[in-house]
Design a protein around this ligand. Structure first.
Ligand SMILES: *[C@@H]1O[C@H](CO)[C@@H](O)[C@H](O)[C@H]1NC(C)=O
Ligand SMILES: *[C@@H]1O[C@H](CO)[C@@H](O)[C@H](O)[C@H]1NC(C)=O
Ligand SMILES: *[C@@H]1O[C@H](CO)[C@@H](O)[C@H](O)[C@H]1NC(C)=O
Ligand SMILES: *[C@@H]1O[C@H](CO)[C@@H](O)[C@H](O)[C@H]1NC(C)=O
Ligand SMILES: *[C@@H]1O[C@H](CO)[C@@H](O)[C@H](O)[C@H]1NC(C)=O
Ligand SMILES: *[C@@H]1O[C@H](CO)[C@@H](O)[C@H](O)[C@H]1NC(C)=O
Length: 234
């Protein structure tokens, strides 16, 4: 093909315009706001909400708050950012979308994306807030990772979560290294639900906050209670 083109160029022939051009790009879409509601066998935690609690400059933990807390307050409002790939083909008649083979999402366990939260800035700021994302921070000496809100990439890697068909927040993975050796990569992702609410300490701030247990065992922090985190649209 290339040599034919070179020959055409050498011969001084006009190169015909390509009949069609393909392009692919990603768009990010943000959901409407929702609350994250805690379900737990522990009666004193059950029905509570999660909210972004200050634990550093533009840093927040994800704290348990009373069920009576104002559900529409930005403090307890989260959103969900997902990306989509758009593919188009352009020819003489126009630009048309086409299916570029984006892998199907398992609707039972849900599509993955970023959990986001708006940090409200001082009165009069333009814009009035900045959009931040939740990640998990795990000290190497613990088997729980604390949920932490910050600017994108500050606490890399970013956390991908999903909401299943019962609105339960999960984390998905193709890796199950308990199946070593050789079969640890699964053909389809599996959803895990290892959320706990614990008494945590983060750079001197003590909270009752959301964390994630690494692996199927018990959290070593003795205050942790297993919980389900549910999305409830505001
Ligand atoms: C329920 O959770 C609270 C707050 O973490 C804790 O203080 C309490 O001991 C727990 N109760 C039971 C019965 O586990
Ligand atoms: C709840 O929060 C919303 C949004 O900040 C506010 O408009 C509303 O007045 C609050 N409601 C109460 C009862 O404080
Ligand atoms: C341009 O692409 C569209 C979508 O694939 C197709 O329907 C149409 O026939 C094409 N037109 C030409 C002139 O090739
Ligand atoms: C495709 O792109 C080439 C290079 O930019 C351009 O010359 C050509 O006209 C384009 N063809 C169509 C159908 O848009
Ligand atoms: C979707 O997820 C459910 C729950 O984990 C699982 O049972 C099912 O096999 C999955 N479907 C596919 C096509 O992977
Ligand atoms: C979430 O998506 C919206 C819409 O694209 C964007 O404005 C916002 O910055 C994103 N948030 C984060 C934390 O990336």
């Amino acid at each position: 093909m290339r040599s034919v083109l070179n020959i055409l160029l050498l011969m001084g022939a006009a190169v015909p315009a390509l009949a069609q051009n393909y392009s692919a790009y990603q768009i990010t879409e943000q959901s409407k706001p929702f609350n994250l509601v805690i379900e737990s066998e522990n009666k004193s935690l059950n029905g509570g909400l999660l909210g972004g609690c200050h634990n550093g400059a533009a840093h927040e933990g994800v704290c348990w708050v009373e069920p009576s807390f104002n559900h529409t307050s930005s403090y307890v409002s989260f959103q969900f950012n997902t990306t989509r790939t758009i593919c188009t083909v352009t020819n003489e008649t126009g630009t048309f979308p086409y299916d570029c083979g984006t892998p199907a999402v398992n609707a039972t366990i849900g599509k993955t994306g970023w959990l986001t939260w708006k940090l409200v800035l001082a009165a009069g700021s333009i814009p009035p807030y900045v959009d931040q994302a939740v990640s998990l921070i795990n000290p190497l000496t613990s088997n729980i990772a604390q949920a932490e809100i910050s600017f994108i990439s500050e606490n890399a890697p970013e956390l991908y979560v999903a909401f299943d068909n019962q609105q339960r927040m999960n984390i998905q993975s193709y890796l199950d290294d308990s199946l070593e050796p050789g079969s640890e990569y699964l053909a389809s992702p599996r959803a895990y639900y290892r959320w706990v609410i614990c008494h945590t300490s983060y750079s001197g701030y003590m909270y009752t906050a959301l964390a994630w247990v690494l692996g199927p065992g018990r959290p070593q922090n003795p205050t942790c209670e297993c919980v389900t985190v549910k999305r409830v649209w505001i």
